[in-house]
Design a protein around this ligand. Structure first.
Ligand code: PHB
Length: 393
């Protein structure tokens, strides 16, 4: 190479470097964006409020920098409409160049977005939605909440062992409700129980009254209920109004129906309701006591099970970025997430390496008065529970 060509290539090189610098200003290179899409308005706004509050609490407690990168949370409200979730996710990927998508308050919202995570190779953290198939829809989906089969089967087994012989199932008519109904029926009948009727109530503007009349007519020992977070108080009110509590019909289910966000206002009808779930605000660990106190201080509400999906979703993002040393490649980040374990306010939590699902304790709990408040008081623990429909190969 003669002097002139050397000089030329050096100029080209520095021009190239300058250009690259202009295209990627230092601030952009050093910032990792998380697109958090949640229902902040509409009938499922409590889920949005819980998860957003928990994500912000995590950042307040752990700082806004990981592996030298500044973390920026971009909150978008999808109002619970799948088309909106999908459009917002597209904009976050293309315009904002987010490294992570997170949130997903309902199953249809997660399913609508899954193809975009795959196309864009963007890790998608499902913090709320609980239908089992969600994580099968993209290798970039990792879940930090729960699955309905996981939260349902322990109460089916418990009911069969505790003198409940006949049950009616009553679920919200969408995918997680169908998951809950299917798993309850198969476990409960395998253990000798009988399902007298399977009722599905519309998800939007539910009127439980006609369904509760059918429950009453069947006179089961218990009604197995799944309604999404935020809807439990309407169910409880109508249950009491129709006198089903006086008729001696017990309520059982996964813990969505005695959601901690609204439990305290349900009144005496909720007392004694037994559910299985991964989180109770009354979980007696030191970490959870500190969590509940800090969450209440910051957000003025009691944290519920949705909140821990958000809190641990942020923990997962922070831990994955630390493991890749700030590398934002989507495949590397998902690889780093697989098999991670840590202590959550709910108890020990592991991300299953094969299915990208949470492995966690399930607690059997009963609603009791603690001081002046209603709480889900845990009295039995099943450790390291997986989604029973996902069997390792
Ligand atoms: C869901 O849409 O998957 C979902 C929503 C609320 C719940 C549980 C599951 O409480």
């Amino acid at each position: 190479m003669n002097k002139r060509t050397l000089l030329k290539s050096m100029t080209a090189l520095s021009a190239g470097a300058l250009l690259a610098g202009a295209m990627l200003p230092a601030a952009a290179q050093d910032t990792v964006k998380i697109g958090l899409i949640l229902p902040m308005t509409g009938p499922f706004a409590s889920t949005g409020r819980q998860i957003d509050g928990a994500a912000r609490l995590y950042m307040q407690q752990n700082g806004a920098t990981v592996a030298g990168k500044k973390i920026e949370l971009i909150l978008k409200d999808d109002a619970g409409a799948p088309d909106t979730t999908k459009r917002l996710a597209q904009e976050l990927i293309v315009n904002d160049k987010v490294t992570f998508l997170a949130g997903f308050g309902l199953t249809p919202l997660a399913l609508a977005t899954a193809p975009l995570a795959t196309e864009g190779k963007v890790p998608m953290i499902v913090m709320a939605a609980g239908t089992s198939i969600i994580t099968d829809r993209s290798p970039f989906i990792v879940r930090t909440g729960f699955t309905l089969p996981q939260t349902t089967y322990p109460i089916a087994d418990w009911a069969a062992k505790n003198n409940i012989k006949k049950a009616v199932t009553l679920v919200s008519d969408f995918a997680p409700g169908v998951d809950a109904e299917t798993v309850f029926k198969s476990r409960f009948t395998a253990a000798g129980g009988q399902v007298l009727a399977e009722l599905r109530v519309p998800l939007r503007n539910p009127d439980f009254a006609p369904f509760l009349q059918r429950v009453r007519d069947a006179s089961p020992d218990a009604v197995f209920v799944f309604v999404p977070s935020g809807v439990g108080s309407i169910f409880m009110k109508q249950f009491a109004e129709r006198g089903l509590d006086k008729a001696g019909i017990k309520i059982i289910g996964p813990g969505d129906v005695t959601d901690d966000d609204i439990l305290n206002d349900m009144g005496d009808v909720a007392l004694g309701v037994v559910t299985s779930h991964h989180y109770s605000a009354a979980h007696p660990s030191a970490m959870n006591k500190a969590y509940v106190e800090a969450f209440r201080k910051m957000n003025n509400i009691r944290p519920n099970f949705m909140s821990v999906g958000g809190y641990d979703g942020m923990a997962l993002i922070y831990k994955a970025l630390a493991a890749t040393k700030g590398d934002t490649n989507g495949e590397k980040l998902v690889a780093a997430m697989k098999g991670l374990s840590w202590e959550s306010p709910r108890g020990p939590l592991t991300i299953d390496a094969q299915f990208r699902e949470p492995v966690q304790n399930m607690y059997i709990r009963k609603v009791e008065k603690v001081g002046n408040e209603l709480h889900n008081v845990e009295f039995e623990t099943l450790t390291a529970v997986k989604d029973p429909t996902k069997v390792a190969k």
